[in-house]
Design a protein around this ligand. Structure first.
Ligand code: ADP
Length: 395
């Protein structure tokens, strides 16, 4: 069982190792002369290690071997050519403790110094815990000790956060894998369902059946969008997402998209002002996805019949600014900064409008990965304007 650790980096650590070895031996109940012999042996070995390596570590432990208990100092260091079994300090330490073990591997040297604990002294789990807790809560007596202790604490915190981060990354990866597999599995039957519904819509059926089939198709289409978003989230979080970048004339690209946009907002008055005709270097499908998401949202979160204005303009800094302005429900200042987060939806609208809170998260990733920015301005109750920029392509 471990009592304490001291890192061996410089001469000051030697004093620390000595003082703590004496104290540990005293708390265990060893005689005064044994305390001194043990601590001197520890500091002799530590001196050699500090002289030659600067990255050693001494750990005080209680070893239980058969019937006997030992107070042990385990000193480890990175094996360097300049250090060997015959060092003067090692020779001296050998004379002070009954057990001196020396072991080297290719990279690491380990020395164990052991002092027997007499049966009469008595050793128990409680006593060992008491000693290790003493060192854990020991107030530093010099500024150096204080810095050391803080460093040790920071090191521990750092180690814990690294472990937590690794765990979180693992869970995130598992979640993405699940989303990817599940949405793939859902996609196939849904595509078949939509294909059959569309075939049925073309047959000679009664107006009532036709209206029912349209509703089935509408809902299946919404479901398809959501499943695509779920599949996307796992792809987009993968750092190796590939973008198929092509030089693209901004005006022609948007004119080609016009019909698609119109279909997306049949119940609104859509105004399109394309004031830019520069060349962009983009993944056309991914940027289309952003535009459709933002315009789709403008229609979803504003009453039918109201205006949606889609504008592009070239800015002085060489970026093209895209904006989509609606006259819908808008959002408060606190919401503005949160809506690009994964799965975030404004609390008050959840019951009224369906969705997953993924579209804007994906859009922001796509725009950022193209070297652009995305943001929103809004006055609660008076609509939103979404903006995003894309850099102009330079040959
Ligand atoms: P979804 O629309 O599926 O919930 P998004 O990621 O596209 O997911 O949007 C996130 C949230 O941002 C929405 O739930 C909504 O609260 C808010 N939002 C997005 N666009 C608008 C808009 N044009 N007007 C008002 N709120 C919006």
């Amino acid at each position: 069982m471990q009592l304490l650790k001291v890192a061996l980096e410089n001469e000051l650590d030697l004093t620390l190792a000595y003082k703590k070895s004496i104290k540990a031996a005293e708390l265990i109940g060893l005689s005064r002369s044994t305390q001194t012999a043990f601590a001197t042996a520890v500091s002799e070995v530590c001196r050699e290690v500090i002289d030659k390596t600067h990255d050693g570590l001494v750990t005080l432990e209680i070893h239980n071997e058969g019937e006997r208990h030992h107070l042990a100092a385990v000193i480890t260091y990175r094996q360097s050519e300049g250090i060997n079994n015959l060092e003067e300090g090692f020779q001296y330490a050998r004379k002070l403790v009954p057990i001196f073990l020396y072991a080297v591997s290719e990279r690491k040297g380990t020395i164990q110094l052991k002092m027997g604990i007499p049966k009469a002294v008595g050793i128990s789990k409680t006593k060992i815990l008491m000693v290790s807790s003493y060192f854990e809560h020991l107030e530093p007596s010099t500024p150096y000790e204080e810095v050391r202790q803080r460093n040790q604490q920071l090191y521990l915190i750092n180690e814990q956060s690294e472990q937590a981060l690794q765990q979180a990354e693992y869970l995130n990866q598992q979640k993405n894998e699940f989303l990817s597999v599940a949405s793939h599995e859902l996609k196939t039957p849904l595509t078949i369902l939509r294909a059959y519904t569309q075939m049925a819509l073309k047959t000679d059926c009664s107006p009532i059946t036709l209206s029912h089939l349209k509703k089935v198709d509408d809902q299946a289409s919404k479901l398809q969008t959501m499943i695509t978003q779920l599949l996307d989230i796992s792809k987009i979080e993968d750092t190796e997402t590939e973008y198929n970048l092509e030089a693209t004339s901004s005006k022609q690209y948007l004119l080609d998209m016009r019909d698609l946009i119109m279909q997306l907002v049949p119940a609104h008055q859509l105004l399109i002002h394309l004031n830019d005709d520069s060349t962009l270097y983009i993944d056309r499908l991914r940027v289309e996805q952003v535009i459709m998401n933002i315009i789709g949202n403008a229609a979803k979160y504003s009453p039918a019949g109201t205006q949606i204005v889609f504008t592009t303009a070239l800015q002085a800094n060489g970026e093209v600014l895209f904006s989509v302005k609606d006259q819908g429900i808008g959002m408060s200042e606190e919401e503005l900064i949160k809506i690009f987060k994964k799965f975030y939806r404004v609390e008050s609208i959840i019951k009224q409008y369906n969705g997953l809170g993924i579209g804007l998260f994906i859009s922001s990733k796509i725009i950022n990965n193209h070297g652009g920015k995305i943001w929103v301005e809004s006055i609660f109750g008076h609509g939103c304007t979404f903006f995003f920029t894309l850099p102009v392509y330079k040959d």
